[in-house]
Design a protein around this ligand. Structure first.
Ligand code: ZN
Length: 139
């Protein structure tokens, strides 16, 4: 049984998700280890353009690739490198990522929801809390 995002914390990042996968004795371990090793990514030149915004989908912090429309987990180092296109449109430089300003509050509000309802893109805290009350019947 593979780890399900959101089961141990309100929202998982790439760091926490792949760490959980590594604890499991499964064939995906090698991939998880590679994903957790950010040393190569940290060595890359940082692109000067606007930072990409992280979003939450099914209790996962994700970042959409502006080049190929793939998505990657967001990591605590706030760097984005697309494993699919290798950021080919910016000569393989790494992009900066912006986590939500109200991260802790967003996670707190989402934490009472079932995992399949833990999403956030740019809603205000008030909107998120209202959604909890109106649609999810949690108080
Ligand atoms: Zn890409």
């Amino acid at each position: 049984m593979s780890y399900i995002c959101g089961s141990l914390r309100p929202v998982d990042t790439g760091d926490t998700y792949f760490t959980e996968l590594l604890k499991e004795n499964i064939s995906g371990n090698r991939g998880a280890k590679e994903k957790l090793n950010r040393e190569q990514i940290k060595k890359l030149e940082v692109y000067k353009g606007k930072a990409l915004n992280a979003r939450i989908e099914y209790a996962r912090y994700l970042v959409d690739c502006p080049n190929c429309n793939s998505a990657e987990f967001a990591f605590e180092d706030n760097l984005f490198f697309c494993s699919l296109c290798k950021n080919s449109n910016i000569q393989g430089k790494v992009r900066k990522v912006k986590m939500p300003k109200d991260r802790k509050q967003i996670e707190d509000i989402l934490s009472v929801r079932p995992i399949q309802n833990r999403h956030w893109t740019n809603e205000t805290l008030q909107d998120l809390a209202k959604e909890n009350e109106l649609n999810l019947e949690v108080i």
